[in-house]
Design a protein around this ligand. Sequence first.
Ligand SMILES: NC(=O)c1ccc[n+]([C@@H]2O[C@H](COP(=O)([O-])OP(=O)(O)OC[C@H]3O[C@@H](n4cnc5c(N)ncnc54)[C@H](OP(=O)(O)O)[C@@H]3O)[C@@H](O)[C@H]2O)c1
Length: 241
Amino acid sequence: VEALADQVAVVTGATSGIGKAIACGLVGQGAAVGLVGRDQDALEQTARSVRKPAMRVLQYQVDLTLDNEILTLTKRVQQDLGFVDILVHSAGVISLGSMEAASMEDLDWQYKINVRAAYFLTKNLMPMIRSGQGQIVFINSSVSLNARANVGQYAATKHALKAVADSLREEVNPRGLRVMSVFLGRTATPMQAGVHKMERKEYHPERLLQPEDVASVVVHALSLPRSAEVTDIHIRPLATP
Ligand SMILES: NC(=O)c1ccc[n+]([C@@H]2O[C@H](COP(=O)([O-])OP(=O)(O)OC[C@H]3O[C@@H](n4cnc5c(N)ncnc54)[C@H](OP(=O)(O)O)[C@@H]3O)[C@@H](O)[C@H]2O)c1
């Protein structure tokens, strides 16, 4: 039995890493999925890897730093899908650096994608999210709650994203919508490979959390009966010697 049959999902960051794995997981449980990303080739690759016969998988090429592209996405989702049950925000960017070294441009860039785009897209899609049925997922980070040196800008954006999720939850719970934040430790994705490069550390993806592990937890939480709401999930790699 497919837990999410007849449901419609929109997933940002669907061209890579965690978003791609979640999109695969949602299709696997029977949902129709709108894939959102910037890289057209990667969008097609995700679509090919998730597509099942008779299953709707749509591609939306969107640069989330541009409000007009988010508005166009909203219109296209309305036309193509009509309503949304599950909205997953996985698109995100990171730049490391101390306060003295990091640039204001990098702060604005991270804020724009990690916070503003998720906020604006949710706000726009909200009228299409079905009451008593809808769910919104914000992919967050363990550094949101525990900011270490050189990650201040990114951690600030993820802390803000937690606030957006918590406030939204109180607003939409009365109409039966669930809101979930997922706080992740280091996960084996292209972003994490880049982080290791910036830190000049050797990259051993097999020692990290796997995107498929994250996807299976998220899809399970989304499939729970409506008597339960998972508000926050924390997952980290199991550090073995
Ligand atoms: N990997 C980790 O260790 C880790 C840990 C904690 C939290 N997270 C969070 O998990 C989420 C997913 O990260 P990931 O590790 O899967 O990273 P990833 O592999 O680098 O994927 C990032 C995604 O964001 C999209 N994106 C970036 N800029 C965009 C823009 N301007 N417009 C539209 N889409 C844009 C990318 O799409 P295009 O390439 O098509 O532009 C890509 O699909 C992020 O929110 C990240 O902060 C990751």
